[in-house]
Ligand binder design. Sequence first.
Ligand code: 5GP
Ligand code: ZN
Length: 113
Amino acid sequence: MCIFCDIVEGKIPSKKVYENDYVFCFDDINPVAPVHVLVVPKKHFDNINELANSPEGALYSAEITKAVAEVAKIKGVNGAFRTINNCGEGAGQTVMHVHFHVIAGADLTEKLI
Ligand code: 5GP
Ligand code: ZN
């Protein structure tokens, strides 16, 4: 059982922002900024390591990158946004279906890196 697979399949409702054959993008249920969208591949990969090592990894990675840019454009923040991926429990990953947070609309000047 995977929450994000259920969201991709429409079994769990979500606020869709963008979708194509490869990705599903929706508002985070617990936003940390005015714009907080999750970009999720429709195929299940546990994390970025599994994505990278999959035969379809290059295809999905490219589609995720395009979707991140598309989401930022749709939300009107393509000039200033941040993309975050947490890989593994130690880095704070709580949903074990790889996803990329697109965050904007808040003060992003404070940087960890
Ligand atoms: P992680 O901590 O794994 O990097 O990010 C998981 C994210 O998924 C969190 O920001 C959390 O708020 C979000 N999330 C968890 N469950 C749901 C859900 O059922 N619906 C939506 N829209 N977001 C969720
Ligand atoms: Zn999944």
